[in-house]
Every structure is written in structure tokens, then in C-alpha cells.
Design a binder for this molecule. Structure first.
Ligand SMILES: [Zn+2]
Length: 296
């Protein structure tokens, strides 16, 4: 056999990108690369991605459209590595933008509404807690974030996601009270009775007119682990199991539960659909979902 023939055999063999039968593994991530943001990774030929943010490693399943939906914690490390589970060589290193959330003090808290004090209030609060935890454990299928989100109501944004807030007030007994919390949602200042619409398609997993802290509440599961939470509503017009499209009416805004005035509190929780362990779930910034860059 001539040398040229060996060369041709070599070219034939090594020129093939993959052994016959194997498909190329791909990974391409886009979205809001910011603390509190959301990253969508389009993949091929892997059923999960491995995420490493420096302090935590976890696995996120890829949905039937080849997309892995990765929530970014508001305190996440600024470097995130995403790797295809089926091929460790297929990996992307993402640099995240840091948040700079302020600290605010808010006066005028109704101390008697903060903590459940009477037996009846305590029972109401614990029933409400069970309803929320049960809803957060259910997962619906849906298109997730890939077609973007719209604002659930017109009206000025009155309080963004992220700031730590210290509420102070005086109770009926004349004693001062305070509570510090991180604002985990996006507030829209609108009068009681303003229509609330679905920001993206989804399945209702909780519709309750009277949770203790939250008041009238709707949970809307968009799929891929993303659930929108709407609080303080005066009317709840949907029930668990209802399927809605973006723009469909969910109810009306109000001033129910623990509030300092009429507004809609819209929050979005990211949950990893690949685990039954709910301790790693967290809220992300809804405003960033209104500006999700499309796939490149
Ligand atoms: Zn709020």
C-alpha cells in the first residue's frame, strides 16, 4: 500500500468530527447576567447542565426544548460556570454584574399586623404557611421565560427588588416594633381594584383571597421552575389548576395582608425542577425578566 493511501485513510478517520451515531453537544447561554437575574442556556444532546458558582455546584435539568433555566441569587458569586453534563469539555464561563441594593427605613408599620399574636392570628398564619409551601412544591409544565414577561399591571414601580428595609411602627399597646427584611419583589403602586394580568403564560398553583401576611394571593407557575407570586390583591379571580395566557386577568390589586398602602407586590421565585429539595430556591428580580434579551 502506498503512503498516499495511508494518508487518505488517516484523513478519512480523523477528519470525522464524531464517531458515527454520536451527535455534537452544544451550549449557548444568554439572558440577564446579573445578581438576581436569569440565564437561559440553549443546549443540544445533554439532559442537564452542571452549574458552579464558586461556592455551590448543582445540576439543572434541560427541558424538552433543550433549554436549562438558571436563576442567579442576588448574592451569587460573580463568576458562574455552566457545563454540559454529557460532555465536560462543553462549558461556558459567565461573568455576572454585581447588584448595589440600598438600605431603607420605612415608618408607619401596623405592629399588630406584623406578627400573629392571638391564637386565631397564629392559626391563620400557620394555615397560610402550609398553603404556600404546598404550592411551592408543585411543578407545572410551561414555556418558562423563553418568550419574555410583560408587566402584570400598568402603574409606577414604587419599590424595586433587592433593598433591605427596616419597618418601624407603634402597636395598639403603645409599644414600638420593627422588622428588617429584604424586599424580594417588585412593587407597582396602583389603586385598589386595578386589574392584574398574567405576565407570562402559566398554571395557577394557588389562588387564595386571605393569607395572613400576604392577603389575596395568586401563585402562577410558568414552567421550568419559575413561579410568579402576586400579593395584597382585593379580588382573586383564578383558582389552582387554571391555565392562563400572558395578559389574562388574574384579579384586582388591593391593600390586603401586611401592607403600608395599596399596591401590587409581584415576586418571581426560581426553583430547580431537578430536585425535591426546596431549600435552595430563591427569589429573583422581576424587573430583569421584563428585559430578557432574546436568544442570539
Ligand atoms: Zn413588595
Amino acid at each position: 500500500m502506498f503512503v498516499r493511501d495511508w494518508l487518505l485513510i488517516g484523513l478519512f478517520w480523523f477528519g470525522l468530527p464524531m464517531p458515527v451515531g454520536a451527535e455534537a453537544v452544544t451550549l449557548s447561554c444568554y439572558g440577564q447576567m446579573k445578581q438576581g437575574g436569569l440565564v437561559l442556556c440553549e443546549t443540544a444532546n445533554t439532559d442537564a447542565v452542571l452549574v458552579d458558582n464558586g461556592t455551590r455546584e448543582y445540576e439543572i435539568p434541560v427541558n424538552e426544548n433543550g433549554i436549562a433555566t438558571i436563576g442567579i441569587h442576588r448574592k451569587a458569586d460573580l463568576q458562574l460556570t455552566v457545563t454540559a453534563k454529557s460532555d465536560p469539555k462543553v462549558t461556558e464561563s459567565l461573568s455576572l454584574t454585581a447588584r448595589d441594593d440600598p438600605f431603607r427605613t420605612i415608618d408607619g408599620l401596623d405592629c399588630d399586623k406584623i406578627d400573629a399574636r392571638t391564637e386565631e392570628q397564629k392559626a391563620h398564619a400557620s394555615r397560610s404557611w402550609v398553603k404556600k409551601q404546598t404550592a411551592f412544591k408543585t411543578f407545572a409544565n410551561g414555556e418558562g421565560a423563553r418568550n419574555g414577561f410583560i408587566r402584570p399591571s400598568d402603574g409606577p414601580a414604587s419599590s424595586p427588588f433587592g433593598p433591605a428595609r427596616k419597618y418601624i411602627g407603634v402597636g395598639k399597646d403603645g409599644k414600638p416594633c420593627d422588622r428588617t427584611s429584604v424586599h424580594q419583589g417588585y412593587d407597582i403602586a396602583i389603586p385598589v381594584g386595578t386589574e392584574i394580568i398574567a405576565p407570562a403564560p402559566g398554571t395557577v398553583t394557588l389562588g387564595d383571597p386571605d393569607l395572613y401576611y400576604e392577603g389575596g394571593t395568586v401563585f402562577l407557575d410558568h414552567g421550568d421552575g419559575l413561579v410568579s407570586v402576586f400579593l395584597h390583591m382585593s379580588e382573586v379571580d383564578v383558582a389552582a389548576g387554571d391555565k392562563v395566557e400572558a395578559g389574562d386577568r388574574l384579579g384586582a390589586s388591593g391593600n390586603t395582608g401586611r401592607t403600608s398602602g395599596p399596591h401590587l407586590h409581584w415576586a418571581v421565585k426560581w426553583r430547580n425542577p431537578g430536585t425535591s429539595e426546596r431549600g435552595g430556591d430563591f427569589y429573583i428580580d422581576p424587573a430583569l425578566l421584563l428585559d430578557l434579551s432574546p436568544a442570539p
